[in-house]
Structure formats: C-alpha cells, structure tokens
Write a protein that binds this ligand. Sequence first.
Ligand code: ZN
Ligand code: ZN
Length: 337
Amino acid sequence: MMQALVVEKPGSAVVRQVPVPRAKKGEIVVQVKRVGICGTDLHIYKGEYLSPYPIIPGHEFSGIVHEVGEGVEGFRLGDRVCADPNLSCGRCRFCMSGRANHCDRWDTIGVTLPGAMAEYVAIPAELALLLPDRLTFAEGAFVEPVACVVHAMNRLRPSVADRALLFGAGAMGQQWVQALARSGVSELTVVDLTEEKLALASEWGATRVVRAEDAEAELQDFTGRNGYDIVVDTTGVPAVIENSFRYLAPCGRYVQFGVTNDQATVDLRTFDLYHYEWTLIGSMALNHTMAPALAWLEAERLRINHLVSRELTLEGAVRFFAGERYPQDMKLQVSFE
Ligand SMILES: [Zn+2]
Ligand SMILES: [Zn+2]
C-alpha cells in the first residue's frame, strides 16, 4: 500500500492508504519525488473542473522509475524522469492536425486518471522524459507548467517590440514575465495584488509594475488606441478579465491563460472586438511542448527555483486545499525527497 491524497468528492480531501499501482503493458511506475500544486488542482478540489471523483490529483511531477512494464524501451529502474501528463490517441482528427490537447480520447494523469499526489504513479512510458542530471526534482516537477507557457507562447507568437500587459504575478505569471521579456516585447507592465510578487516581476523583466488597487488610476492613459498589443490574464478572475479588455490596442491580442471556474462569463463589447480587430486566444494546458520546456530550463533561459515558495507533505497539501494559504505563496510542491 502507499500514501495518497484523495479528493473523495468536491470539497473533501484526505490522505489515505491505497494500493501501489502496477505497470501494465507499455507503462512505467514512477516513485514520486516532487509534485507541484496548481490552480487546476484547486478547481478539481472545488468540483469546477473535468474530474471524476474520487481522484488522486497531481499532474506536475518528477521522480524515479520504480517499475517498467512489458514492452517498454528506453527506461530503466532508477532513471530520473518527469512526464507529460496528457494522454492522446494520435488518431483522431485533432491529434492528426496538431491539436493533441483537444484529442477525442483525451485523458490526463491527475485530472481524469490517478495522479502523482501519491508515493507512486503509473504512466504510459511514452509520456516520460529523462530528467537531465543538472536539473533537480523540483525543476523536474516544473517542466509541465513551463510547457504550458511554451504552448501559450506558440499560440500567441509575440512580435518584436509588442507592448504587453500581464495580469497576475504568481508562479505562472512569473514564468510569463521571463518568457515575454525573452521574446522581445518592449514594454511589459505587470499588475498584481502583492508587493513582493511585483518586486520579483521587476527583477525578472517587467518594465513597469502596478498594484492592482492602483491599476485603474495608473493605467488610465493606456486604454483603447493607446492600449497594449498583448494582454495576458493569468489570474482566472472574471472581474479582472472583463476589465482587462479596455487595455487592448487596435489589433491587440488577448490571451486567456488563467483558469476560471467552468461557469464564469464576462461582458465583452462586441463592437470593440469588431472595430479594434482584436484576437482572443485561449491556451489550454500543453501540446507536445515538454521537450522545449525542458530545453528552456536546462539552458537556464527560464528559471523557476525562486518560485518554489513552500515544500509540503501530503497532509500539508490537504490543509492547503482546505484553505491554509498565504499571500506570499507562489508554487507549492509536495516533496517526498
Ligand atoms: Zn498545472
Ligand atoms: Zn486523439
């Protein structure tokens, strides 16, 4: 048996004993070393996402290969690995046109299948990537979130000297700061509630930071024609999203990266969408972007070590789900190291 965090039903998580998974044909079992907690996990906890219950969450993880199933090549016991949590069939219309994250038979470890908030997790071997020696398990558990940013950058394709406005400077927002700064945007304004997070954004590439409570006044001259070419929401807060459209310049591009609850709506003046020729871009999870994310981390083009603000036990993760949070929280990881 092993310890696992199980969300029994929306609003109820416990740590309990469950059987250790066995590697079926084509699978490996990974002994988990680190697993990140992300906004999606909170939505799963609250019953606002795509999960069946009970579910073991945890889709951002690293560890070592504990068992190798029949027919698996390329992995040996003890290999350090991370993994793309998304299963796709490779044969549906979406898989066959570069949209595997919309696969007809889509499944995700830790969302629809048992995840990594447990001592062991079974995954199809084809989803695993060897973790280079120089990367820590903490970094290994960060490859998946970085891969989501890589996917979003592929969706957005910023142009040189675009002016960008970013809402939210949490763990994902901070990666956006680095990614946008590297992509060659000119201005990069970041809005957040927390002073410390804004200071970090300044340090890593923001050209201007604004406290959320001052945003109305400080950004009043940056609306409509004088707005931003790129506006990105990483907060998932409907009120923030609704207000952010006014900062879009003509031909501006808006990216919905933050996850709202699955019933949220916002008002958008459709005349503005027409008249200003805005582009609205959603970005969901990742799409075969683990390898570039790993390359980014290995080359230290994107750094995440300063973003891991707390290491938790499984019990600590239960307390986090139940509401034990701190304003300075960035990325939290459950550690079995
Ligand atoms: Zn995530
Ligand atoms: Zn498919």
